[in-house]
Design a protein around this ligand. Sequence first.
Ligand code: ZN
Ligand code: FE
Length: 257
Amino acid sequence: MTAKTYLFPCLQDNYGVLLHDPASGATAAIDAPEAAAVEAALAKTGWKLTDILVTHHHNDHTAGIPDLKRKHHCRVVAPRAEAARIADVDETVGEGDTVKVGGLSGRVLETPGHTAGHISYCFDADRLAFVGDTLFSIGCGRLLEGTPEMMWTSLLKLRALPDDTQFFCGHEYTASNIAYARTVEPNNVALQAREKEVATLRAVGKPTVPATIGAEKASNPFLRADLSEVAKGLGMAGQSPAAVFAKIRAGKDSFRG
Ligand code: ZN
Ligand code: FE
């Protein structure tokens, strides 16, 4: 583990995160929700911005790019399928491409569903994944441009990462995700433990991010749509994982906790 990360809240409920390679001094911002918050994070860490790695085209992930680019002349890397909708892109990437941040090496995973061209960046050697609005702790992104099948396939890619992988997502949604997840799996002990942990963290204003893939596999219903007990609990025994996933996602869309 050589990489360092610095997470910071911004906008309403977004997270920005810096990824730093101490050996080279390179620093990437994963998405750029707002320039001022990224600047504050750079000032606090003393790191110098060299790269912006964009996960998807939404404004709450890209609005800070032009100001940061002008000031730092950093490289902007973005998903190939969405580059036309993102400002100041220098390099476009897709599935299987490698993105270097100094000496750190990130692998691009295409994880469509929230948007059609959404990508995630996986720094395997450092067990770090930056997943934008695809996977949230105890939740997943809304299907704004994709189908349930598409998102389920994307989540399977992230679920296949090693259990000790820490993933950084774009929003602090965990508490409200848990309120819904409890209705899907009321008897899930890991979920109940996560609820206590999250209540403690949020009571003192601490983030619930990053979380680990291993912990999510035990507690996030959106990663558990292929388990027979989950299907059964929803009255969908024997149905396809994608169909069960679609039902869980639709339930969240109409949930008013
Ligand atoms: Zn988004
Ligand atoms: Fe977002």
